[in-house]
Design a protein around this ligand. Structure first.
Ligand code: PLP
Length: 373
């Protein structure tokens, strides 16, 4: 009997069998010809890595146990002790914590570059600077980086560019096509898309960097498990459809929020008055994603009332699921910044981040209207 499953089965195994020494030699002689041990490679994690690699237009990718592992792998692929990283100041709080608290202990230093100065890196570059880390759309204020311009500036300075493309997804933006050297995702977010997987991915533009990633994944033990990989592959199949709905709903909600007296500011690149609206339009192919932030009165009691009142946006500190949610950057993702850094970035008591899902938009609008009232 021959079994031909349409969908790749879940290879829920940590190890694979060999007939004899000849097969073992075949494994080492012909990379990719078969499998040995799931930390080194597994059909499910490879399927996910290759699918995202294709979509992002890379030369090779690794699937990792989280988005944090992906950021670590991307930086480790380019830096060693004594090196220096430039990081956009507008960045996910976990990325800056990794740099400040852990990579610094391994001798990798960091300097933060204000958003406005991302295209004039000369004053920040040191002889040991190797890479720039930036987000396509920043967490949580949705500032949009001009990736082509940034890549040109990086290469003129002899630096590699790592782009965290989590908020945009490859449906909106493909950073490697714009000149980035590495692109990474928290797969936990849009790629898997259903708030039931923790995973990451890094894609390299050239084979040499891809090989470095593979070695780092194996030796640091970052490789994603079969089940999580399988779920993420399933999520990936609807990414294009989901991103359209997320974007459509978020635009309607951003426009609605702008009209509300209780809302002091709305941060969404799809709004005509967003400072990088034109860039976002061009770089996102007319879609702006499902993430937005809004500013209420800077009082915890006001935020708490809003959280209690909303039924469709539960307070859950993640994002990008098919079901809407809200998060609170000051208390979660950006908790460990200094109060000065939080203030400089505009992360204040009244700032709430919405992850707009794919539910019927009129239901979401009605929920927000009553919550704000
Ligand atoms: C933009 C961004 N990058 C990376 C991460 C880290 O991903 P993970 O939580 O999957 O480790 C997150 C998590 O919130 C994120 O928002």
């Amino acid at each position: 009997m021959h079994i031909h499953p349409k969908i790749t089965p879940i290879y829920q195994t940590s190890v694979f069998k060999f007939e004899d020494l000849n097969e073992l030699e075949q494994y080492f002689g012909e990379p990719g010809s078969r499998y040995m041990y799931s930390r080194n490679g597994n059909p499910n994690s490879d399927e996910l890595a290759e699918a995202v690699n294709q979509w992002e237009g890379g030369a090779g990718a690794i699937a990792t146990g989280s988005g944090m592992a992906a950021i670590f792998a991307a930086i480790a692929a380019c830096c060693q002790a004594g090196d220096h990283v430039l990081c956009a100041a507008d960045i996910y709080g976990g990325s800056s914590s990794l740099l400040n608290q852990e990579l610094s202990r391994m001798g990798i230093a960091v300097t933060y570059v204000p958003f406005e100065q991302l295209y004039e890196l000369g004053q920040f570059v040191q002889p040991t600077t190797r890479v720039v880390l930036a987000e396509t759309m920043s967490n949580p204020l949705l500032r949009v980086a001009d990736l082509q311009r940034l890549a040109t500036e990086c290469h003129q300075q002899g630096l590699k560019l790592i782009v965290d493309n989590t908020f945009a997804s490859p449906v909106l933006t493909r950073p490697l096509a714009l000149g980035a050297d590495l692109v990474m995702h928290s797969v936990t977010k849009y790629i898997a898309g259903h708030s039931d997987v923790t995973a990451g991915i890094v894609v390299a533009a050239d084979p040499e960097l891809a090989a470095r990633l593979k070695q780092i994944s194996i030796l640091y033990g970052l490789t994603l498990s079969p089940m999580e990989s399988w779920l993420a592959v399933r999520g990936l199949k609807t990414l294009r459809l989901r991103m359209r709905e997320h974007s459509h709903n978020a635009l309607a909600i951003a426009r609605f929020l702008q009209q509300q007296p209780a809302v002091r500011a709305v941060y969404y690149p799809g709004l005509a008055d967003h400072p990088q609206h034109a860039l976002a339009q061009a770089q996102g192919g007319g879609l702006f994603g499902g993430m937005l932030s809004l500013l209420l009165t800077d009082e915890a009691a006001v935020v708490n009332r809003f959280m209690h009142q909303s039924q469709r946006f539960p307070f859950a500190p993640s994002l990008a699921g098919v079901d809407s949610s809200m998060s609170y950057p000051l208390g979660t993702s950006h908790r460990y910044l200094t109060p000065e850094q939080q203030e400089q970035l505009g992360i204040s008591t009244g700032l709430v981040r919405l992850s707009v899902g794919i539910e019927p938009v009129e239901e979401l609008l009605a929920d927000l209207e009553q919550a704000l009232r």
